[in-house]
Design a protein around this ligand. Structure first.
Ligand code: NAP
Length: 259
């Protein structure tokens, strides 16, 4: 049994859909007050309704996490709604697939801004809150794609996800003086609206290549994030955990066929 995060204000960027919504639901079920940040109102509103219908506490704020002024607005709105910021789940991300021959400089910059620059911006914006509280927690959603594996069409995405892991090493050192930890979850293939957009064929071949023979659920990632937010994880910082059903383990097609 982990210590409680009940009453702790948690910002979940990209909390209106997919993994972020899963994290938001897991944290709200533990009594956290959840602020969902995303750009599209309909989905954000629906996610808040889902959480409150289940007895949780949640609100949303529309914001582009790649824009500093909008991220500052997110912190202001969170404090106005819930009084503080205790935990940041920097999760928002995009994964448009484009091979390098077709990729423009703008494509590259767009993915870097939404996935990597946003991580820095959101963490930076929370520092005064963590300093005022005397403690804080940051959980970053990275990926296996980039840090561990590759996939054609995701050179920019993979670089952004590996960049997040590079970022947390130094960020952990700089945040230590605020009694704040920062760690990353590296999901494998998790069933989300975004992943479903890649088509049934992709989902089926992916599931077949995973030793546990299923795609992950958003709760699988939410539970890993919850651990990093707990008191019990208080001495872990600058680290990452793969949550992928064993997807990165097989050395070859023969190895997976042996299971
Ligand atoms: P998703 O279902 O497409 O959801 C993405 C979320 O991010 C939405 O809430 C979206 O809302 C928000 N978002 C996107 N761009 C934003 C921006 N500029 N500002 C604010 N919010 C923004 O994606 P997902 O599959 O849950 O992925 C979430 C995270 O997990 C990403 O960082 C992704 O790299 C990582 N991940 C996913 C998988 C997987 O298998 N699904 C695997 C490894 C890692 P709006 O569009 O309304 O802004």
């Amino acid at each position: 049994m982990l210590s409680t995060i009940a009453g702790k204000t948690t910002i979940v960027t990209g909390g209106s859909k997919g993994i972020g919504k899963g994290i938001a639901k897991v944290f709200a079920a533990q009594g956290a007050k959840v602020m969902i940040a995303a750009r599209t109102e309909e989905a954000a509103k629906a996610a808040v309704a889902e959480i409150t219908a289940a007895g949780g506490t949640a609100a949303y704020h529309l914001c582009d996490v790649a824009d500093w002024a909008e991220v500052e607005g997110l912190i202001t709105a969170t404090k106005a709604a819930f009084g503080s910021v205790d935990i940041l789940c920097a999760n928002a991300g995009i994964f448009p697939q484009k091979k390098m021959v077709d990729m423009s400089a703008e494509d590259w910059d767009g993915v870097m801004a939404t996935n990597l620059k946003s991580t820095f911006l959101c963490v930076k914006a929370c520092i005064p809150e963590f300093e005022a509280n005397g403690q804080g927690r940051v959980i970053v959603t990275s990926s296996i794609t980039g840090p561990v594996t590759g996939y054609p069409g995701w050179s920019h995405y993979g670089a952004s996800k590996a960049g997040q892991l590079g970022f947390i090493k130094t960020a952990a050192m700089e945040l230590a003086r605020y009694n704040t930890t920062i760690n990353a979850v590296m999901p494998g293939n998790i069933v989300t609206e975004g992943l479903e957009g890649l088509g049934e064929g992709y989902l089926a071949t992916m599931a077949a290549s995973i030793p546990l023979k299923r795609l992950g659920s958003v709760e699988d990632i939410g539970n890993a994030a919850l651990f990093f937010a707990s008191d019990e994880a208080g001495y872990i910082t600058g680290q990452q955990i793969v949550v992928d059903g064993g997807q990165i383990l097989p050395e070859s097609l023969e190895a997976i066929a042996e299971i």
